[in-house]
Structures are given as structure tokens and as C-alpha cells.
Design a protein around this ligand. Structure first.
Ligand SMILES: NC(=O)c1ccc[n+]([C@@H]2O[C@H](COP(=O)([O-])OP(=O)(O)OC[C@H]3O[C@@H](n4cnc5c(N)ncnc54)[C@H](OP(=O)(O)O)[C@@H]3O)[C@@H](O)[C@H]2O)c1
Length: 224
């Protein structure tokens, strides 16, 4: 059975992807800080197919421990979905809060790089697949958005990583959602996508034939 590690699996896009990945035949390792939510999801998905690992992606040692736990349980790691991320309440540079920026950069930028670094040996050994959640905000200009800048960083990193990994037989896919109605926002977003729309895009990418690389998937609601 192929195995998949998902960071940010306790809610939203990560949780929906875990459900679709199990449906597609994967065993999943679910990582986030909220252990209770992860345990609930493992119960739902079946402990034979899912495991929970508490991890703070901003802490490299925590990520190394996560990878060890996954390899101890599953033996291999075929797919890594570096998806954990946070937004900010402050807006632009004038209205932004440097402490929020630090958390965003640590989570959205370094956290993803740490995930890739901590998993790369296992993924290369499996000739596997790395997916990174960037954003539509990492593809278009949003005036003053520091969050968007963290996602532009991921769009750049993901493209560079794709070329580094290509020669090792590892696929790299950037997932670029437009607005998705998830707990990322404090209020509901009725015209947005739903998390399952992104989960299906992830499953599309990881179920392609060996020679097919879906490099970037930008998914937007038709009516914004
Ligand atoms: N919603 C959108 O409109 C949208 C659009 C484009 C891109 N995105 C991106 O999609 C990804 C998932 O977001 P979402 O919309 O599904 O929001 P969400 O429901 O708030 O999910 C965020 C996930 O990240 C985890 N997380 C946050 N900080 C973490 C940390 N330090 N260590 C480990 N896990 C951490 C959270 O779990 P814990 O709090 O339990 O740790 C949660 O599982 C993010 O990268 C986000 O930037 C979202």
C-alpha cells in the first residue's frame, strides 16, 4: 500500500485530502499540533489505514521525530503533502504585525522547507512525490499582502525543488488554491471552493501515470 504524509491534516484542505487519499488506496500519516482532532480523524478513517503524529512544523526536531514515527509504522513514504499554513489578521505593511509575520514565515515558508528536508531521503528512496500548498495568492498580486509573499516564496521554492528532484525520479507539484471555505477564515465563505475541491486536485496529481508530472494545479472558484 502506498503511504502519504499530510501536514496540516487536522482541518480544512489537509483533512479533506486525507479522506480522499484513503479512498484512493493510500495509508495516511496525519500531522498537526491538535492531537485530539487528528485522533478523531484516525478513528473515522480506520486505524489500519491512518496514523496521527503531533508535530509543530516550525520546529525541525519535531518534523524529524514525525518522519521517524511514520517510517517506523509504514516503512516507506511515497507521497508528502506539505500543506500546513496560517494567515494573518493584520493587513499590508502598515497594518501588519511583525509577530504575525514571524509566525507566517516560520510556518508557511520554513515549515514547508523543513518538511521537505526531513522527508527527502525517504521520498527519494521511494521515487515518490512532494506536493506543496502554495496559493492563488502566490501567483497573483494582492496589494500589500505579506501572506501572499509567503506563498510567492513557495511558488518559487516548489519550482526550484521540482528541478532538483526531477533527476532523482521524484515529482513535485504545487497546489494553488483560490479561496476555500475552511477554518483558515474566522467567517464562512459561501462563494468559495470547498476543501474537497482541492483534495480532488491532490488525488489527481498523485494518481497520474509514472511519466506524467502535474507540476502546478491552480484551482479557483468560477464566481469570485
Ligand atoms: N483556505 C484558503 O482560502 C486557502 C487558499 C489558498 C491556500 N491555502 C493554504 O492551504 C493550507 C491549508 O489551509 P486550510 O485552508 O485548510 O486552513 P485550516 O483549516 O486552518 O488548516 C490549517 C492546518 O495547518 C495546521 N497548522 C498550522 N500551524 C501549524 C504548525 N505550526 N504546525 C503544524 N501544523 C500547523 C493546522 O493544524 P493545527 O492548528 O492543529 O496545528 C491545520 O491543520 C495552508 O497552507 C493555507 O495557507 C488556503
Amino acid at each position: 500500500m502506498k503511504t502519504m504524509l499530510i501536514t496540516g491534516a487536522s482541518s480544512g484542505i489537509g483533512e479533506a485530502t486525507a479522506r480522499r487519499a484513503v479512498e484512493a488506496g493510500y495509508a495516511v500519516a496525519l500531522a498537526a499540533r491538535s492531537k485530539e482532532k487528528l485522533d478523531g480523524l484516525v478513528k473515522d478513517l480506520g486505524p489500519d489505514r491512518a496514523m496521527a503524529v503531533q508535530c509543530d512544523v516550525t520546529d525541525y526536531a519535531s518534523q524529524q521525530a514525525m518522519v521517524k514515527a511514520v517510517l517506523d509504522r509504514f516503512g516507506t513514504l511515497d507521497v508528502v503533502f506539505a500543506n500546513a499554513g496560517v494567515g494573518a489578521k493584520g493587513s499590508g505593511t502598515a497594518g501588519g504585525d511583525p509577530d504575525e509575520w514571524r509566525t507566517m514565515v516560520m510556518t508557511n515558508v520554513l515549515g514547508v522547507m523543513f518538511t521537505v528536508k526531513a522527508t527527502h531521503e525517504a521520498v527519494i528512496a521511494a521515487k515518490g512525490h512532494v506536493l506543496i500548498t502554495s496559493s492563488g495568492a502566490g501567483r497573483k498580486i494582492i496589494p500589500g499582502s505579506v501572506y501572499g509573499a509567503t506563498k510567492w516564496a513557495m511558488s518559487g521554492y516548489g519550482q526550484n525543488l521540482r528541478e532538483e528532484m526531477r533527476e532523482k525520479g521524484v515529482k513535485v507539484t504545487l497546489i494553488e488554491p483560490g479561496m476555500v471555505d475552511t477554518p483558515f477564515f474566522d467567517e464562512r465563505k459561501p462563494n468559495a471552493l470547498v476543501a474537497d475541491d482541492i483534495a480532488r486536485a491532490v488525488v489527481y496529481a498523485i494518481t497520474q501515470p509514472a511519466n506524467v508530472l502535474a507540476g502546478e494545479i491552480w484551482v479557483e472558484p468560477l464566481n469570485r
